[in-house]
Structures are given as C-alpha cells and as structure tokens.
Design a protein around this ligand. Sequence first.
Ligand SMILES: [Zn+2]
Length: 161
Amino acid sequence: MQPLHEQARVVVGHLVDTRFFTVIVYSRETRRFALTHLAFRRPAAGADVAEAHCGECGRELLVRVRSVADTKRVRGRYLAVALAGAAVAAGAVVFGSLVYLPLADPLGKLVLIAFLAGLPVAGVAGWLWWREDGVRLMSATGDRDREHWRMDAPLPYAARP
Ligand SMILES: [Zn+2]
C-alpha cells in the first residue's frame, strides 16, 4: 500500500496511437502513451480540484485530490466491504460444511450464492483498499476524455466527467 504523503503524485498518459494486430481469431491491441508526471499538494481537509496541463498536447487536465484524512476514510470503507465479503464467503463455507444442504433447497442456493459472491467482492474491494490514493483524473470538457488516461491507478482509466 502506498503511504499517503502531503504531496500526491499522478502519472497521466496521453494516448499517442492504438494499433491492432489480428490473425484470424487472435487479436492484440497495443496502445502507446506519452506520460506526464504531476504532483499536487493535498488539501488539509476535504477535497480540491486542481488544474494541470498535459505535457504532450497542453490541454487542461482536472485532478480531484482528497486530503490524507479523507483518503484514509475511503480506504477504510473499501476495507470494511472487503472484510464483509470475506466474512460472508467464510461463513458460507463453515455453514455449508456443518449442515447438509442440497442445491434444490433454497437455503442451499443461498449459501452457494453467498460463497460465490463473497469472494469477488472481497477481492475487488481489497484491491481498491490497497491501491486507493485519493486522486481522480477528471475530464475538463465534461465529456468522457478518451485521450488522457490515469496510468498509475488500480486500473488505467480515461478521464471521466
Ligand atoms: Zn494530452
């Protein structure tokens, strides 16, 4: 997990080109980005929207930066969801191993669904808890900006309104 500093660092990618390589059923997409490294001071409390400019095209970028306390609160929320998902999955395993539950039974279906749903919830929320840094790249135009991507987020994503 990244430690939360007063200075938040962001890597924004400007999409330079996309190439497709396709052979019958196999297809590979290659995207090339020009990277811009940005740093923002976190606010003392709450969240701020900071402006910056893309190093490649010069367009305005908006970045929402949360304070350290707010980011810890968001991380805590993800952790609570992850632990709840893990507890539901573990509870389903324990309950299912102690009681005979045929799948035709509604309770058996419920325990199976709880097990199957609890694991991905725990995994996704745990991943977000681990990677959340309280910084969001936003679109300055209000539309979805497909050219500018946040590269150092849990998953790369295009700038959102
Ligand atoms: Zn750009």
